[in-house]
Ligand binder design. Structure first.
Ligand SMILES: Nc1ncnc2c1ncn2[C@@H]1O[C@H](COP(=O)(O)OP(=O)(O)O)[C@@H](O)[C@H]1O
Ligand SMILES: [Mg+2]
Length: 371
């Protein structure tokens, strides 16, 4: 970070810890007009940090073979910054489900049990098959839990850890996310925490994904329990989230662009090991041009991604426009999975290049046949 640049302060621990942090007034240092609010970092990384800072306490944990209410606990299915998720089975009905138990560390005066359980209500506000059904709540060790449909598959983050997606698959995933985000926005819900680990790819036939984790979503017209804090994950948050401006659905469009960079180009637009630097980039830096990472990217797709990352919410395309361009991309670019298996082509190339490549291959074959 350049020594002459103004500094802003952000708290990267869940703000509910210990003393609630004061909501900062405008933090104007030098010429920087940014307002940067405390951050409720929902990434698992944040919880690890807290684990080191807090005094070790012996808390009962959910283990395979224990019981939470009427639920027999099975193996852990996953963990995020706010909660751990376990496979459970109802002790009477035998219903299989997943139980999401809040981490003890996140609960406090600013993030209460009620705040955690909002997820159940918000998930039910959004009527869409890509939203997991949440149907019960309870408490264990004075911590709230919610019980939901158990999913089988893996997160998009885990999928990418195994290697890049073909770009046609990436476009289908982005279109599915647009669909569920559209339903949420129509219901007045802004997800606010769209990221790789909150997208779950189902291994069951039919619908391909679920958008998880509505725990820090905001609902238009309702008081926001997280007002005065930045809820979300720094890699994905829109500039207006960092400034504490009123949120619109456009904040999700920004996060979707970050995710699209990861899926289509291999990396998010802004990265830094330093949280303040990352915040500064979201607020002030131009994103790298997609064509520097994918030379043959169709011009309309490049313009779309850059537009979705506009610093001002009102300058971004609305979801319908995003859908329009992504839908066009289905026919502009074609998958070449079979070819890729033979290592002839990159994972995904424009039609015109494929045509040229096939032409060259055919010419080479006829020359070989003549020889
Ligand atoms: N219904 C479910 N079925 C199976 N696994 C789940 C389910 N919900 C969440 N998970 C797993 O648990 C992880 C954490 O869940 P999430 O709701 O994102 O928690 P957090 O709010 O802590 O981020 C997910 O990334 C996923 O791997
Ligand atoms: Mg999560």
């Amino acid at each position: 970070m350049a020594g002459t640049e103004p500094l802003t302060i952000a708290i990267t621990l869940p703000a509910c810890l210990a003393v609630p942090p004061p909501i900062p007034k405008k933090l104007a240092h030098g010429s920087d007009p940014a307002i940067v609010l405390p951050v409720v970092d929902t990434s698992a990384k944040a919880t690890r940090k807290i684990g080191k800072l807090s005094k070790p306490k012996v808390r009962p944990e959910l283990h395979e073979g224990t019981r939470a209410g009427a639920w027999n606990v099975g193996p852990e299915l996953g963990k995020g910054g706010m909660a751990s998720v376990h496979a459970v089975t109802h002790c009477v009905f035998g219903k299989r489900a997943a139980l999401k138990l809040a981490h003890a560390e996140i609960l406090g005066p600013q993030f209460t049990c009620e705040t955690f359980l909002r997820e159940a209500r918000i998930a039910n506000l959004v009527d869409h098959p890509a939203v997991t059904d949440v149907f019960a709540t309870g408490s264990f060790d004075n911590r709230p839990y919610l019980v939901m449909e158990r999913l089988s598959g893996e997160t998009l983050g885990a999928r990418l850890d195994r290697g890049p997606l073909d770009r046609d698959e990436a476009i289908e995933i982005l279109l599915e996310l647009c669909d569920v985000l559209g339903a949420a926005h129509n219901a007045g819900v802004i997800h606010r925490d769209l990221k790789l680990d909150n997208v779950f790819l189902l291994d069951t036939p039919g619908r391909k994904l679920k958008l998880l984790d509505w725990g820090v979503a905001s609902v238009v017209g309702e008081p926001d329990p997280l007002a005065g804090m930045v809820a979300g994950t720094l890699t994905y948050v829109a500039p207006e989230q960092l400034r504490g401006d009123e949120l619109t659905p456009s904040a999700d469009v920004y996060s979707l662009a970050v995710l699209a960079y990861q899926l289509l180009l291999g990396a998010p637009p802004f990265e830094s090991p330093n949280d303040l630097e990352l915040i500064r980039k979201h607020l002030h830096s131009a994103p790298p041009a997609p064509s520097t990472m994918w030379a043959e990217i169709p011009a309309d797709l490049e313009a779309l991604l850059l537009g979705m990352l506009a610093k001002r919410a009102e300058d971004r395309p609305v979801l319908d426009e995003v859908v329009q361009v992504l839908t066009q991309m289905r026919s502009v670019v074609v998958p070449v999975r079979a070819a890729k298996r033979r290592s002839l082509f990159p994972a995904f190339i424009p039609v015109r290049m494929l045509g040229a490549a096939l032409g060259i291959a055919a010419a080479a074959l006829s020359i070989a046949a003549m020889g």
